[in-house]
Design a protein around this ligand. Sequence first.
Ligand SMILES: C[S@@+](CC[C@H](N)C(=O)[O-])C[C@H]1O[C@@H](n2cnc3c(N)ncnc32)[C@H](O)[C@@H]1O
Length: 331
Amino acid sequence: MDNKNLLANTYYTMVSNHRESQLFFSALQLDIFSYLDEEISIEELADRTNYNMRNLKLLLNALAAIHLIDKHQDKYVNTIEGQKYLSKASTSYLGESILFRNVMMSLDNIENRVRFGPDNTITEHNQGQKVYDFAKLAKVCIPEIYLWRIEPLIALMNKIYQDTEPSKILDLGGGSGAMGIELCKIFPNAKGVIFEGPKVSLVAEDLVSKNNLNSRITIQEGDFIKDDIGNGYDIIIASGIIDFAKDHLDNFIKKLYDALNKNGIIYLITHGFSEDYLEPSETVLGWLSSHLDGLDLLLPDKVIQDSMTDRGFRLYKQDKSGNLSIKVYQK
Ligand SMILES: C[S@@+](CC[C@H](N)C(=O)[O-])C[C@H]1O[C@@H](n2cnc3c(N)ncnc32)[C@H](O)[C@@H]1O
Protein backbone atom coordinates (compact mmCIF):
# COMPACT_ATOMS: atom_id res chain seq x y z
CA MET A 1 0.00 0.00 0.00
CA ASP A 2 1.45 3.38 -0.92
CA ASN A 3 1.41 6.45 1.31
CA LYS A 4 -1.59 7.98 -0.43
CA ASN A 5 -3.76 4.97 0.42
CA LEU A 6 -2.51 4.94 3.98
CA LEU A 7 -3.56 8.56 4.42
CA ALA A 8 -6.97 8.02 2.85
CA ASN A 9 -7.52 5.10 5.24
CA THR A 10 -6.84 7.39 8.17
CA TYR A 11 -9.81 9.56 7.20
CA TYR A 12 -12.17 6.59 6.95
CA THR A 13 -10.90 5.27 10.27
CA MET A 14 -11.98 8.58 11.80
CA VAL A 15 -15.45 8.22 10.31
CA SER A 16 -15.70 4.74 11.78
CA ASN A 17 -14.34 5.84 15.18
CA HIS A 18 -16.99 8.56 15.27
CA ARG A 19 -19.72 5.97 14.69
CA GLU A 20 -18.29 3.79 17.45
CA SER A 21 -18.41 6.77 19.83
CA GLN A 22 -22.02 7.52 18.87
CA LEU A 23 -22.95 3.92 19.55
CA PHE A 24 -21.18 3.97 22.91
CA PHE A 25 -22.87 7.19 24.07
CA SER A 26 -26.29 5.91 23.03
CA ALA A 27 -25.74 2.68 24.94
CA LEU A 28 -24.78 4.73 28.01
CA GLN A 29 -27.86 6.97 27.61
CA LEU A 30 -30.04 3.86 27.38
CA ASP A 31 -28.16 2.44 30.38
CA ILE A 32 -27.68 -0.87 28.56
CA PHE A 33 -24.57 -1.89 30.53
CA SER A 34 -26.40 -1.88 33.87
CA TYR A 35 -28.52 -4.83 32.66
CA LEU A 36 -25.57 -6.94 31.53
CA ASP A 37 -23.78 -7.86 34.75
CA GLU A 38 -25.24 -11.36 34.29
CA GLU A 39 -25.76 -13.05 30.91
CA ILE A 40 -29.14 -12.05 29.54
CA SER A 41 -31.18 -12.99 26.46
CA ILE A 42 -32.58 -10.36 24.13
CA GLU A 43 -36.17 -11.32 25.08
CA GLU A 44 -35.47 -10.85 28.78
CA LEU A 45 -33.66 -7.55 28.19
CA ALA A 46 -36.46 -6.18 25.99
CA ASP A 47 -38.91 -7.20 28.68
CA ARG A 48 -36.94 -5.49 31.46
CA THR A 49 -36.20 -2.27 29.54
CA ASN A 50 -39.36 -1.96 27.46
CA TYR A 51 -37.15 -1.12 24.47
CA ASN A 52 -38.03 -2.33 20.98
CA MET A 53 -36.70 -5.89 20.77
CA ARG A 54 -35.72 -5.79 17.10
CA ASN A 55 -33.66 -2.63 17.38
CA LEU A 56 -32.27 -3.54 20.78
CA LYS A 57 -30.85 -6.68 19.19
CA LEU A 58 -29.24 -4.62 16.42
CA LEU A 59 -27.70 -2.32 19.02
CA LEU A 60 -26.37 -5.18 21.15
CA ASN A 61 -24.88 -6.99 18.18
CA ALA A 62 -23.15 -3.79 17.12
CA LEU A 63 -21.80 -3.30 20.67
CA ALA A 64 -20.55 -6.90 20.66
CA ALA A 65 -18.99 -6.37 17.22
CA ILE A 66 -16.78 -3.60 18.62
CA HIS A 67 -16.11 -5.59 21.82
CA LEU A 68 -17.86 -3.21 24.20
CA ILE A 69 -19.89 -6.21 25.40
CA ASP A 70 -19.55 -9.98 24.95
CA LYS A 71 -22.01 -12.32 23.26
CA HIS A 72 -22.12 -16.00 24.28
CA GLN A 73 -24.45 -18.01 22.05
CA ASP A 74 -27.69 -16.00 22.27
CA LYS A 75 -26.90 -14.14 25.48
CA TYR A 76 -25.19 -10.84 26.10
CA VAL A 77 -22.94 -9.91 29.04
CA ASN A 78 -20.61 -7.10 30.14
CA THR A 79 -16.87 -7.34 29.65
CA ILE A 80 -14.85 -7.13 32.87
CA GLU A 81 -14.21 -3.40 32.20
CA GLY A 82 -17.87 -2.78 31.30
CA GLN A 83 -18.98 -4.35 34.57
CA LYS A 84 -16.52 -2.22 36.53
CA TYR A 85 -16.96 1.16 34.82
CA LEU A 86 -20.25 1.17 32.88
CA SER A 87 -22.73 -0.64 35.10
CA LYS A 88 -24.52 1.57 37.61
CA ALA A 89 -24.25 -1.18 40.22
CA SER A 90 -20.47 -0.64 40.35
CA THR A 91 -18.91 1.85 42.79
CA SER A 92 -16.49 2.81 39.97
CA TYR A 93 -19.33 3.70 37.54
CA LEU A 94 -18.04 6.32 35.08
CA GLY A 95 -21.02 6.57 32.71
CA GLU A 96 -22.30 9.88 34.05
CA SER A 97 -18.83 11.49 33.97
CA ILE A 98 -18.25 10.27 30.41
CA LEU A 99 -21.60 11.61 29.17
CA PHE A 100 -21.10 14.93 30.95
CA ARG A 101 -17.59 15.40 29.55
CA ASN A 102 -18.82 14.53 26.07
CA VAL A 103 -21.33 17.38 26.20
CA MET A 104 -18.92 19.75 27.96
CA MET A 105 -16.25 19.29 25.30
CA SER A 106 -18.58 18.81 22.35
CA LEU A 107 -17.40 20.13 19.01
CA ASP A 108 -20.92 20.36 17.60
CA ASN A 109 -21.49 23.36 15.43
CA ILE A 110 -17.80 24.06 15.13
CA GLU A 111 -18.42 25.48 11.65
CA ASN A 112 -20.59 28.35 12.87
CA ARG A 113 -18.25 29.08 15.71
CA VAL A 114 -15.41 29.42 13.22
CA ARG A 115 -17.55 31.43 10.77
CA PHE A 116 -18.93 33.89 13.31
CA GLY A 117 -16.34 33.88 16.08
CA PRO A 118 -16.61 33.71 19.85
CA ASP A 119 -19.21 35.10 22.20
CA ASN A 120 -18.10 38.60 23.21
CA THR A 121 -19.53 38.33 26.71
CA ILE A 122 -17.22 35.35 27.26
CA THR A 123 -14.08 36.90 25.76
CA GLU A 124 -14.66 40.05 27.79
CA HIS A 125 -14.57 38.32 31.19
CA ASN A 126 -12.45 35.24 30.39
CA GLN A 127 -13.93 33.34 33.32
CA GLY A 128 -14.40 29.57 33.37
CA GLN A 129 -17.71 29.95 35.22
CA LYS A 130 -19.23 31.60 32.12
CA VAL A 131 -18.77 28.42 30.11
CA TYR A 132 -18.44 25.47 32.47
CA ASP A 133 -21.03 24.11 34.88
CA PHE A 134 -18.47 23.65 37.68
CA ALA A 135 -21.02 22.38 40.22
CA LYS A 136 -22.14 19.54 37.95
CA LEU A 137 -18.51 18.88 36.95
CA ALA A 138 -17.48 18.59 40.62
CA LYS A 139 -20.29 16.16 41.32
CA VAL A 140 -20.05 13.85 38.34
CA CYS A 141 -16.24 13.70 38.37
CA ILE A 142 -15.89 12.24 41.87
CA PRO A 143 -15.40 8.67 40.52
CA GLU A 144 -12.73 9.95 38.09
CA ILE A 145 -10.84 11.61 40.94
CA TYR A 146 -10.87 8.36 42.90
CA LEU A 147 -9.78 6.42 39.85
CA TRP A 148 -6.86 8.60 38.77
CA ARG A 149 -5.89 11.30 41.22
CA ILE A 150 -6.01 9.95 44.76
CA GLU A 151 -3.44 7.16 44.50
CA PRO A 152 -0.55 9.29 43.12
CA LEU A 153 -1.40 12.05 45.63
CA ILE A 154 -1.33 9.72 48.63
CA ALA A 155 1.81 7.90 47.44
CA LEU A 156 3.71 11.17 47.02
CA MET A 157 2.54 12.70 50.28
CA ASN A 158 3.38 9.55 52.24
CA LYS A 159 6.89 9.76 50.80
CA ILE A 160 7.28 13.45 51.60
CA TYR A 161 5.82 13.23 55.11
CA GLN A 162 7.59 10.14 56.44
CA ASP A 163 8.72 11.71 59.71
CA THR A 164 6.40 14.68 60.17
CA GLU A 165 2.76 15.44 59.55
CA PRO A 166 1.19 18.50 57.92
CA SER A 167 -1.14 20.37 60.22
CA LYS A 168 -3.12 22.46 57.74
CA ILE A 169 -4.10 21.55 54.18
CA LEU A 170 -5.87 23.66 51.55
CA ASP A 171 -7.66 22.18 48.54
CA LEU A 172 -7.97 25.31 46.42
CA GLY A 173 -10.71 25.25 43.78
CA GLY A 174 -11.12 21.73 45.10
CA GLY A 175 -14.41 20.89 43.35
CA SER A 176 -15.92 18.08 45.44
CA GLY A 177 -12.87 18.34 47.72
CA ALA A 178 -12.13 14.62 47.32
CA MET A 179 -8.38 15.17 47.22
CA GLY A 180 -8.33 17.32 50.38
CA ILE A 181 -10.64 14.87 52.11
CA GLU A 182 -8.47 11.85 51.32
CA LEU A 183 -5.32 13.70 52.44
CA CYS A 184 -6.95 14.56 55.76
CA LYS A 185 -7.74 10.88 56.19
CA ILE A 186 -4.08 9.84 55.98
CA PHE A 187 -2.99 12.70 58.28
CA PRO A 188 -5.47 12.35 61.13
CA ASN A 189 -4.24 15.41 63.04
CA ALA A 190 -4.45 17.76 60.08
CA LYS A 191 -7.14 20.38 59.58
CA GLY A 192 -8.41 20.96 56.06
CA VAL A 193 -9.92 23.83 54.10
CA ILE A 194 -11.74 23.38 50.81
CA PHE A 195 -11.97 26.70 48.98
CA GLU A 196 -14.58 26.94 46.23
CA GLY A 197 -17.11 29.16 44.49
CA PRO A 198 -20.62 29.33 46.01
CA LYS A 199 -22.48 26.56 44.12
CA VAL A 200 -19.57 24.12 44.01
CA SER A 201 -18.99 24.51 47.74
CA LEU A 202 -22.30 22.69 48.33
CA VAL A 203 -20.91 19.64 46.53
CA ALA A 204 -17.80 19.75 48.76
CA GLU A 205 -19.94 20.21 51.87
CA ASP A 206 -21.88 17.11 50.96
CA LEU A 207 -18.77 14.95 50.44
CA VAL A 208 -17.18 16.18 53.67
CA SER A 209 -20.36 15.21 55.56
CA LYS A 210 -20.53 11.80 53.87
CA ASN A 211 -16.97 11.20 55.12
CA ASN A 212 -17.81 12.43 58.64
CA LEU A 213 -15.07 15.04 58.52
CA ASN A 214 -17.07 18.17 59.42
CA SER A 215 -15.06 18.63 62.60
CA ARG A 216 -11.74 18.78 60.73
CA ILE A 217 -12.54 20.26 57.32
CA THR A 218 -14.08 23.66 56.73
CA ILE A 219 -15.50 24.90 53.47
CA GLN A 220 -14.51 28.43 52.53
CA GLU A 221 -16.61 30.07 49.86
CA GLY A 222 -15.07 32.72 47.64
CA ASP A 223 -13.17 33.77 44.55
CA PHE A 224 -9.54 32.68 44.69
CA ILE A 225 -8.47 35.62 42.52
CA LYS A 226 -10.08 38.38 44.58
CA ASP A 227 -10.57 36.95 48.07
CA ASP A 228 -8.30 35.98 50.92
CA ILE A 229 -7.52 32.24 50.82
CA GLY A 230 -6.20 32.06 54.40
CA ASN A 231 -2.65 31.23 55.49
CA GLY A 232 -0.51 28.92 57.62
CA TYR A 233 -0.91 26.02 55.22
CA ASP A 234 1.62 23.17 54.97
CA ILE A 235 0.10 21.79 51.77
CA ILE A 236 -1.89 23.52 49.05
CA ILE A 237 -3.51 21.29 46.44
CA ALA A 238 -3.97 23.19 43.19
CA SER A 239 -5.44 20.59 40.86
CA GLY A 240 -6.77 21.74 37.48
CA ILE A 241 -7.18 25.34 38.59
CA ILE A 242 -4.18 27.41 37.55
CA ASP A 243 -5.50 28.14 34.06
CA PHE A 244 -8.46 29.89 35.67
CA ALA A 245 -5.99 32.41 37.12
CA LYS A 246 -4.27 33.02 33.78
CA ASP A 247 -4.91 36.76 33.61
CA HIS A 248 -3.51 37.18 37.14
CA LEU A 249 -0.86 34.46 37.13
CA ASP A 250 1.99 36.18 38.98
CA ASN A 251 -0.31 37.62 41.65
CA PHE A 252 -2.01 34.27 42.07
CA ILE A 253 1.30 32.48 42.55
CA LYS A 254 2.36 35.14 45.06
CA LYS A 255 -0.91 34.50 46.90
CA LEU A 256 -0.09 30.78 47.07
CA TYR A 257 3.44 31.56 48.27
CA ASP A 258 2.22 33.90 51.02
CA ALA A 259 -0.43 31.43 52.18
CA LEU A 260 2.16 28.67 52.78
CA ASN A 261 4.31 28.05 55.83
CA LYS A 262 8.09 27.88 55.35
CA ASN A 263 8.95 24.59 53.55
CA GLY A 264 5.25 24.22 52.71
CA ILE A 265 4.39 22.54 49.43
CA ILE A 266 2.13 23.06 46.45
CA TYR A 267 0.73 19.95 44.79
CA LEU A 268 0.11 21.27 41.31
CA ILE A 269 -1.75 19.37 38.60
CA THR A 270 -1.68 20.91 35.13
CA HIS A 271 -2.35 19.78 31.57
CA GLY A 272 1.31 19.76 30.63
CA PHE A 273 0.81 21.96 27.56
CA SER A 274 3.74 22.51 25.24
CA GLU A 275 4.60 26.11 24.40
CA ASP A 276 3.13 25.80 20.89
CA TYR A 277 -0.15 24.37 22.33
CA LEU A 278 0.05 21.28 20.10
CA GLU A 279 0.61 18.71 22.84
CA PRO A 280 -0.92 16.73 24.44
CA SER A 281 -3.31 16.46 21.47
CA GLU A 282 -6.14 14.91 23.50
CA THR A 283 -6.09 17.90 25.85
CA VAL A 284 -5.87 20.39 22.97
CA LEU A 285 -9.11 18.91 21.64
CA GLY A 286 -10.68 18.76 25.10
CA TRP A 287 -10.31 22.51 25.59
CA LEU A 288 -11.15 23.49 22.02
CA SER A 289 -14.88 23.92 22.58
CA SER A 290 -14.60 26.39 25.45
CA HIS A 291 -11.91 28.30 23.57
CA LEU A 292 -14.04 28.52 20.42
CA ASP A 293 -16.76 29.90 22.71
CA GLY A 294 -14.39 32.68 23.78
CA LEU A 295 -12.25 31.57 26.71
CA ASP A 296 -8.50 32.10 26.54
CA LEU A 297 -7.19 30.28 29.58
CA LEU A 298 -4.56 27.77 28.73
CA LEU A 299 -1.05 28.09 30.07
CA PRO A 300 1.94 26.15 28.77
CA ASP A 301 3.77 24.29 31.54
CA LYS A 302 6.92 26.29 30.89
CA VAL A 303 5.14 29.58 31.68
CA ILE A 304 3.76 28.15 34.93
CA GLN A 305 7.14 26.73 35.92
CA ASP A 306 8.95 30.01 35.23
CA SER A 307 6.43 31.94 37.26
CA MET A 308 6.71 29.47 40.17
CA THR A 309 10.50 29.56 40.27
CA ASP A 310 10.60 33.36 39.80
CA ARG A 311 8.43 33.64 42.92
CA GLY A 312 10.92 31.52 44.89
CA PHE A 313 9.42 28.03 44.73
CA ARG A 314 11.75 25.11 44.10
CA LEU A 315 10.63 22.14 42.05
CA TYR A 316 10.77 19.26 44.52
CA LYS A 317 9.24 16.26 42.74
CA GLN A 318 7.40 15.58 39.53
CA ASP A 319 5.29 12.80 38.10
CA LYS A 320 2.77 12.09 35.35
CA SER A 321 -0.68 10.58 35.53
CA GLY A 322 -2.04 9.89 32.03
CA ASN A 323 -1.99 13.24 30.26
CA LEU A 324 -1.75 15.20 33.48
CA SER A 325 1.44 16.70 34.79
CA ILE A 326 1.99 16.54 38.56
CA LYS A 327 4.55 18.86 40.13
CA VAL A 328 5.35 19.38 43.77
CA TYR A 329 6.92 22.75 44.58
CA GLN A 330 8.37 23.71 47.93
CA LYS A 331 8.56 27.19 49.44
C1 LIG B 1 -11.34 21.87 36.54
S1 LIG B 1 -12.06 22.15 38.11
C2 LIG B 1 -10.93 21.28 39.16
C3 LIG B 1 -11.59 20.78 40.41
C4 LIG B 1 -10.70 19.90 41.30
N1 LIG B 1 -9.61 20.66 41.86
C5 LIG B 1 -10.18 18.70 40.53
O1 LIG B 1 -8.99 18.52 40.39
O2 LIG B 1 -11.03 17.92 40.05
C6 LIG B 1 -11.68 23.83 38.46
C7 LIG B 1 -12.29 24.29 39.77
O3 LIG B 1 -11.81 25.61 40.06
C8 LIG B 1 -12.89 26.37 40.59
N2 LIG B 1 -12.64 27.79 40.29
C9 LIG B 1 -12.40 28.34 39.07
N3 LIG B 1 -12.21 29.66 39.20
C10 LIG B 1 -12.35 29.94 40.53
C11 LIG B 1 -12.25 31.14 41.30
N4 LIG B 1 -11.98 32.30 40.72
N5 LIG B 1 -12.44 31.06 42.64
C12 LIG B 1 -12.73 29.85 43.24
N6 LIG B 1 -12.81 28.68 42.55
C13 LIG B 1 -12.62 28.74 41.23
C14 LIG B 1 -14.12 25.85 39.87
O4 LIG B 1 -15.31 26.09 40.60
C15 LIG B 1 -13.80 24.38 39.69
O5 LIG B 1 -14.37 23.59 40.70
